[in-house]
Design a protein around this ligand. Structure first.
Ligand SMILES: NC(=O)c1ccc[n+]([C@@H]2O[C@H](COP(=O)([O-])OP(=O)(O)OC[C@H]3O[C@@H](n4cnc5c(N)ncnc54)[C@H](O)[C@@H]3O)[C@@H](O)[C@H]2O)c1
Ligand SMILES: [Zn+2]
Length: 336
C-alpha cells in the first residue's frame, strides 16, 4: 500500500517483525519502550543503536524529546541516520517529532506495536509531544519514510489495550463503511483484514486532506469532541483514549439523533457493538455538562468557541457539523 503526501509518498508494508527489523538500514537508531523491548527482546536488538524509554504517556514530553535528540547528537547521528519507532502511539509520536526536528528533519520508519498505533497514529504524519498545559500542543506534520505493520506483535498486547484500539476500528466502520461494521459484528473479519482495511480507510482520508483543512480529515473526530473533553477533565487518567472515545461516540450519536442528523436507532446499534467489545459506553461524570463544555471549547480543534462535531448520518456515513448549539450539547449530556 502507498500513501501519497505533499512531500512524496511512503509504503505501508505488511510483514513479520523479524523481516521489518532485518530490513532496517545500518545507519539507524531504534526508539522503543521497556514493555515492547521486554516482550520482543528476541527480535528487537538492544545495543548502541537502540534507545529504550519508560512506557506511558508521560514519556511523550519535552523532557524525553530533549533526551532523545541529545542522545542522537551524542551518538553522532547525521542527516543520513534513520530513526525507527518500535512501539505504541507514544513512541511513534515522540520519535516522529525527534525525526522531524533533529538536524531539520531525518528519515523516520514506524513499526507500530499497539492496535491503536497500527490503525491510527502510525498513518497520517502527525507527530508531537504533550505539554503540561495540554496534550499534543507541540508537533509537526512529518510523514514517515515507511510503515511496517506486523500483526503478530499484538499477541503480547494486554486485552485492555487491544479493546482500546478496537474503539478506533469500530469508529472507522461507523463513519465510513457499513459493510465493515457488519463483518466486524459477525466476527467475520480476521485481524489482518481489520488492519489492512482500517489503514486503507485512514490513508484515503489523510490523502484527501493531509493538513486537516478541508473538513475531510476532521470526520475522523467522531466521538472525539466529547471523548477528548472526558480525557481532559479526568486529567488523562481512569480511561484510555479509546475508552473515552467509546463513551464519546455513544454520546455524540445521541446528540446526532436529537439534532435530526443521525438516523433514529443508530445509537442503539453502536452502543451494543461497543459494549460487546468490552468498551465503556457511559460515564456518570457526563452529567457535569459545564466542565465538559468548557473543555470542548479549549480544544485546539474548536474554532473560536464554536462546538464542531463529526456526526453519524447513519451506520457507515458521517458529516461534519460546525456550530452545534451549546444548549443541545448541554441537554444531551445532562440527560445521560
Ligand atoms: N499521531 C496521530 O495521528 C495519533 C493518533 C491517535 C493517537 N495518537 C497518540 O497515541 C498515543 C497513544 O498510543 P497507544 O494507545 O499506542 O499507547 P502507548 O504507546 O502508551 O502504548 C500502550 C501500552 O502498551 C504497551 N505496548 C505497546 N506495544 C505492546 C506490545 N506489542 N506488547 C505489549 N505491550 C505493548 C506500551 O508499553 C504501553 O504501556 C497518545 O499519545 C495519542 O495522542 C496519535
Ligand atoms: Zn482517537
Amino acid at each position: 500500500m502507498i500513501v501519497r503526501h505533499s512531500l512524496g509518498e511512503y509504503p505501508i508494508e505488511f510483514c513479520d517483525l523479524e523481516m521489518a527489523v532485518g530490513g532496517l538500514p545500518e545507519d539507524r537508531v531504534i526508539v522503543t519502550d521497556e514493555n515492547v523491548s521486554t516482550a520482543w527482546k528476541r527480535l528487537i536488538p538492544v545495543d548502541e543503536r537502540t534507545i529504550v524509554l519508560p512506557p506511558g504517556e508521560t514519556t511523550k514530553s519535552l523532557t524525553w524529546y530533549a533526551e532523545v535528540v541529545r542522545e542522537l547528537a551524542r551518538r553522532r547521528c547525521s542527516r543520513k541516520t534513520t530513526l525507527v519507532a518500535i512501539g505504541g502511539g507514544v513512541i511513534g509520536d515522540l520519535a516522529g517529532f525527534c525525526a522531524a526536528s533533529y538536524m531539520r528533519g531525518i528519515k523516520y520508519v514506524q513499526i507500530p506495536t499497539t492496535l491503536l498505533a497500527q490503525v491510527d497514529s502510525s498513518v497520517g504524519g502527525k507527530v508531537g509531544v504533550d505539554l503540561p498545559e495540554g496534550k499534543n500542543l507541540v508537533g509537526a506534520f512529518w510523514p514517515p519514510t515507511k510503515v511496517a505493520i506486523c500483526a503478530e506483535v499484538l499477541v503480547t498486547l494486554p486485552p485492555r489495550q487491544f479493546a482500546n484500539g478496537m474503539a478506533e476500528v469500530w469508529k472507522y466502520g461507523f463513519i465510513l463503511d457499513a459493510d465493515f461494521v457488519n463483518r466486524l459484528s459477525r466476527k467475520e473479519a480476521s485481524i489482518s483484514e481489520v488492519l489492512r482495511h482500517c489503514i486503507e480507510l485512514k490513508a484515503a482520508v489523510v490523502e484527501a486532506d493531509e493538513f486537516e483543512r478541508l473538513g475531510i480529515r476532521a470526520k475522523l473526530n467522531f466521538g472525539h469532541t466529547i471523548g477528548h473533553a472526558i480525557e481532559k477533565v479526568l486529567g488523562y487518567e481512569e480511561f484510555l483514549h479509546g475508552e473515552a472515545i467509546s463513551i464519546g461516540m455513544v454520546a455524540e450519536a445521541i446528540l446526532g439523533e436529537r439534532l435530526g442528523v443521525t438516523a433514529p436507532g443508530t445509537t442503539e446499534i453502536l452502543r451494543d457493538e461497543l459494549e460487546s467489545q468490552g468498551l465503556p459506553v457511559e460515564w456518570s461524570g457526563l452529567r457535569d455538562a459545564d466542565g465538559l463544555i468548557a473543555a470542548m471549547k479549549l480544544d485546539k480543534k474548536a474554532s473560536s468557541g464554536r462546538l464542531a462535531f463529526s456526526l453519524l448520518t447513519r451506520v457507515g456515513e458521517c458529516k461534519l457539523i460546525e456550530d452545534v448549539p451549546e444548549s443541545d450539547v448541554r441537554s444531551v449530556l445532562s440527560s445521560l
